[in-house]
Design a protein around this ligand. Structure first.
Ligand code: PLP
Length: 441
């Protein structure tokens, strides 16, 4: 009731806009992160660690737009540089721009697995491009992903492939054929991946294994120690390309991404989010030179080419924003500092959980903090089964995460769906301690 009262009394401007939106935008929400219980908040201002809604309420911002703003929202240095560029040539020209080269040079310098870079329109597009490249290069079609892993919303990477089947559809709106060459394995189950690779070897082989290197869903199901290194070996053994989807971990886990963090070099890397520091069109494929050259026909041949496209890809605005944001991340050691804020946050949450005797688990990988209200860490098959049981027991607590998220908002903290916190360079000790008090309330 307190939470609903908050929204009713203090968020009337948001309520009005949300109602207006419903007439022209399906469900009144364009963005999956703008969770809508009881309605999405309409934001007027975002700066550093805080956001202010249209009613003037101020929030600590742990959504950080879903991860791209490692420097904090609307970083002034990046903003000034982007403004200068816009004055000069506007957001796009369709031809080559200096900042495309500068950004690519910088990424190639800091990411171990990136010899060359090709900008794409989004993380989803970059995943599609990387898979196409892997198939073109290897001449094989099958791709293995990890169950629960999110690689964008393309048909072949359908999220949660075990959705109820709808006639000839694998999932709603996705025909079975679209996922015919996609296989799914359980998190942390190297033996299951080996079995699939073996099975595939007798049937034309496996083009690639694609993983989020911190584990599915940005580490909601964390990887076990050595998983990535063992997977690298397994892929080599079966002559299969390893793709790291670093849309979340790229630059957030350090300038070298999760590949730098784990010391495991993939053949192809998918980037997004932090790559353009929160500015639009965040997506890129990076990787080994011989594979990347397939985008223009392969070294010494013009016959085999993996086509990708996009009117606005590699526009000067995205590239300049990315270049200045990455430089600033490197200069300030943003990943490390945001990681320290993440440690402080997790530590504080653990103390609250213990003090109040809550059945929750808090854990973090640097600046990505997870708060599992199921009380289960989703490491393997048995923990997933356990979660299914917990979920069944809690069926009557419908929309629990959304309700939690709404309750946090009513206490001035915005999270990602009530269960994830992205910390940023802007999160001083004071911001974290203020947030922890609000969580405890
Ligand atoms: N891959 C991962 C690991 C992601 O977390 C996301 C988005 O959250 C994507 C791919 C898709 O990126 P985009 O939303 O830019 O299409």
């Amino acid at each position: 009731t307190d939470v609903l009262n908050y929204f009713e009394q203090r968020c009337q401007g948001s309520a009005r806009l949300a109602e207006q939106a419903k007439a022209v935008i399906p469900g009144g929400v364009q963005h999956n992160l703008a969770f809508n219980y009881p309605f999405p908040l309409a934001i007027k201002e975002a700066r550093g660690a805080h956001m202010t809604d249209v009613d003037g309420n101020r929030y600590i911002d742990f959504l950080q737009a879903g991860g791209p703003t490692l420097l904090g929202s609307n970083h002034p240095v990046v903003l000034e540089r982007v403004k200068g560029l816009l004055d000069e040539c506007g957001p796009t020209t369709g031809l080559l721009h200096e900042y495309e080269v500068k950004l690519a040079e910088l990424v190639c310098q800091v990411m171990p697995g990136v010899d060359m870079l090709r900008m794409m329109g989004s993380g989803t597009e970059a995943v599609m491009g990387a898979i196409r490249l892997a198939r073109a290069y290897s001449g094989k079609k099958r791709v293995i992903k990890i169950g629960g892993g999110y690689h964008g919303w393309s048909d072949q990477m359908v999220y949660g492939m075990r959705l109820p089947k709808t006639g000839r559809m694998e999932a709603i709106g996705i025909p079975r054929g679209a996922t015919a060459a996609t296989q799914e394995s359980l998190p942390n189950d190297l033996e299951a991946i080996r079995r699939k690779l073996k099975w595939n070897r007798l049937r034309g082989g496996t083009a690639a294994v694609i993983v989020e290197p911190f584990g599915p869903e940005s580490g909601t199901r964390p990887v076990t120690r050595n998983f990535n290194a063992a997977l690298r070996k397994l892929c080599d053994e079966f002559d299969t390309l390893l793709i790291f989807d670093e849309v979340v971990t790229g630059f957030r886990a350090g300038m070298g991404g999760a590949q730098g963090y784990f010391g495991v070099t993939p053949d192809l890397t998918v980037l997004g989010k932090c790559l353009t520091g929160g500015y639009p069109m965040a997506g890129a494929i990076g990787g080994r030179r011989d594979i990347m050259m397939m985008l223009v026909g392969g070294i010494g041949t013009t016959t085999k080419r993996a086509f990708v496209g996009g009117t606005l890809t590699a526009n000067p605005l995205s590239c300049a924003a990315g270049y200045f944001a990455l430089q600033e991340m490197r200069r300030t050691d943003a990943a490390f500092k945001a990681g320290q804020a993440g440690d402080r946050m997790r530590n504080g949450l653990e103390q609250i959980i213990e003090r109040l005797g809550l059945p929750y688990v808090a854990y973090n990988m640097g600046s990505i903090v997870h708060l599992q209200t199921s009380g289960v860490m989703l490491l393997d098959t048995s923990s997933l089964l356990k979660l299914a049981r917990v979920k069944n027991e809690a069926k009557e607590r419908k929309h629990m995460m959304e309700e939690m998220g709404a309750a946090y908002s009513a206490h001035g903290v915005i999270t990602l769906a009530g269960s994830r916190i992205y910390t940023s360079l802007a999160d001083s000790d004071e911001v974290i301690d203020d947030a922890l008090n609000r969580f405890e309330d």
